[in-house]
Design a protein around this ligand. Sequence first.
Ligand code: FAD
Length: 470
Amino acid sequence: ASGSEENDVVIVGGGPGGYVAAIKAAQLGLKTTCIEKRGTLGGTCLNVGCIPSKALLHSSHMYHEAQHSFANHGVKFSSVEVDLPAMMAQKDKAVANLTRGIEGLFKKNKVTYVKGYGKVISPSEVSVETLDGGNSVVKGKNIVIATGSDVKSLPGINIDEKKIVSSTGALALSEIPKKLVVIGAGYIGLEMGSVWARLGSEVTVVEFAPDIVPTMDGEIRKQFQRSLEKQKMKFMLKTKVVGVDSSGDGVKLTLEPAAGGDQTILEADVVLVSAGRIPFTAGLGLDKLGVEMDKQGRILVNDRFVTNVPGIYAIGDVIPGPMLAHKAEEDGVACVEFIAGKHGHVDYDKVPGVVYTHPEVASVGKTEEQVKALGVEYRVGKFPFMANSRAKAIDDAEGIVKIIAEKETDKILGVHIMSPNAGELIHEAVLAINYDASSEDIARVCHAHPTMSEALKEAAMATHDKPIHI
Ligand code: FAD
């Protein structure tokens, strides 16, 4: 039915941007088709990103806890071992259940799902090479490009997904490598590095920049790096990889200080290249249509997600903004709301970011460095989890809450949390920032005791006045 009948919306790509846009469009009464080439829905996030990485982070954390923490809690057993195939199977099951779940949601909402590679041939037509070998043209009044992003390699490095892997290969290794080198200290490299470090790999992270996770608040970043070092991850910052030799058993990396200098050799069994992601527009036919892109290959859109070609929209990782699943989802909803003649809204300054290591690091709003650079006078309130009763009770008290508020108005500008479950705790701050709350607003709200969330309340008290418990 999708081929001949005209749709209101045709979405190319079934990741968190595309599939959420499709469901929302259908809910708004628009006739909608979503085209996806992978064979399963959910995009990078569900298939090879957010979900499988969190599955392995959880499983490897349980193993690590069993080895290092259970005895402190009086739970003893004679031995604990990793069954890697079983761990991978649990991850694969989670992914399969969730991707099938989206197919179910498509059916429920009457979104037509076309499996195949889409190419935009006009502002109202997408030709599809279907996965079963056929060809069809899907017509629509509006076309939304949600083709996401792909792994970025580095010059001279050939990713074979066995010895030299991207995040995709690192989520599916068949053995625990003795030595793992991670190139790139962004959140993906640190999350995957943590997984394998917990399972027993010696992990070295090589990073060209002077710091890990460049978007993080500097003070939090320092504590975070120390925490990862305590977990035996090694960091070689300001270091560049100038040569890769994988001809022998393992891989030999030639390294050089970023500023130039003597070369050293670093050996690894597996190398993970996590040096960023690039927008994916291969084979989409956008050049022919004259769709405008920037130097990094991102599709440029206005504040209604329309490209320079009327009728063609773009959302998610393929456009500028934070390359995160929840940002892609917000884009998707707002975009189809505009198409339906309603008003959509996404504020990229208020998108939370989370690194799902242990402890987790979560933030929303501005870092202290950003606030300083703006020349705004500000106050900082902090509270360590060492003084939080719940964190102490469960003996998992590494971390801190840091709140930055405007000095004159007490309006919250940024919140940074390092703690177990920081990715959950941050949402109180996300809500506060979205409602332009002051630190006093959070401080005066009753928080349940004993909870980790009380650390946020105490940090808010410390921002405008004094905390009680420290
Ligand atoms: P994608 O998810 O990339 O989806 C695009 C889809 O379009 C793909 O399925 C692709 O096959 C399809 N497609 C492309 N071209 C065509 C075409 N021509 N025809 C048909 N289909 C096409 N983000 C978070 O927020 N939290 C996390 O914890 C997190 N963890 C991550 C961990 C890893 C290891 C990785 C790699 C990424 C992670 N991300 C995370 C980032 C997140 O996956 C992306 O931001 C998100 O998937 C972007 O969504 P999207 O819909 O824009 O694109």
